[in-house]
Design a protein around this ligand. Sequence first.
Ligand SMILES: Cc1ncc(COP(=O)(O)O)c(C=O)c1O
Length: 396
Amino acid sequence: MHLSQAVRHMTPSMTIGMDDRARALRRQGVDVVSFAAGEPDFDTPEAIKQAAIRAIREGFTKYTSPAGIPELRQAVAERLRRDYGADYAPDEIVITAGGKPALYFALRALCEAGDEVLVPVPAWVSYIEQVRLAGARPVAVPTDGGDGWQPRTDRIVPLLGPRTRAIIVNSPHNPTGTVYTRETLAALVEVSQRHGVYLLSDEIYESMVYDGARHVCLPGAWPEARDRIVLLNSMSKTYAMTGWRLGYVAAPRPLADGIAALQGHLSGNPNSIAQKAALSALAERVELGEMVAEYDRRRRYVVERLNSLSGVACAMPRGAFYAFPDVRGVLARPGGPTTSAALAEYLLEQAHVALVPGEAFEAPGFLRLSYATSMARIEQGLDRLAQALEPLAARV
Ligand SMILES: Cc1ncc(COP(=O)(O)O)c(C=O)c1O
């Protein structure tokens, strides 16, 4: 069968792939501890569920405007102003079916075929694929653990060319858990202004920052640069609403209109019931403190345990819900797995622990471990990891 080049050249998401494999093993009766999914283990807060049930009962089950219901666009604009001082009119907000379509529509609305989009790597799996699907060319900007994975403008500037359209900004960051410093963000804004490129700021992990850090919302902190900033966000992680599929874009009016028009033709509109649910989350200011405190507790436990493993080094992440240990010390040992992909495979087979190898994020030599799973499961998974890595260490 003929399949388009775009589809043939697409790499299926390795994070979803690993989680699917864990699920398949579970169906065979194997008890797998999965650190693979980037999905909160918490339930969607009750008030949000109730709002959805009310919406169904009231018959709010029809098409909505392609850009989303006006009340929700208004509520998003209000929360951006209240929480970050970011100034958007409701008609500069487009509600989408999650962060993924928000990103795709933004790329599609901005890029011509052959344009370039700079992607700091390691990077979340879908950036590179989505840039390609939008007809543009992803250009990797290497970042280092030694720099705390902060993108450096001395690496970005030489990669800028006449076709550079945008730079992806993702803080807090998936997969490293890094939080970009204000200096990093200021430098990115300066580059964007000087070279006339857009910053696509994916702030989906905004609520998960630790050690007293405060999230810096790009258009809130640099309002003078807002014409070059596209803010991408979603309810998925913040409100444990991954399955509801609800996100949004905040962008200058012509771009917001373009994105709404794309959405109108591609998916019609975001789910009407999920929009009412999201509205209640924002209007009732659903409390997130307990969830974040629990992530923080797990984060510290996970990093401490990882660092106690021979051959493993893990920096303390300051955001999101991922640890990103460097396992090159394990891979250097004779007779064992020599790549992080092979190590992830070994851990799944031998220890029944699912992790995502760094290869998925263009960062071989690392593993991504999501601690969005219960403390009991985390303890169990790390015990298994320690046990499975022991024979590898003994080979030294
Ligand atoms: C960095 C980042 N951006 C965007 C998304 C997309 O989230 P969703 O489409 O579920 O809203 C994810 C999900 O894993 C992510 O990690």
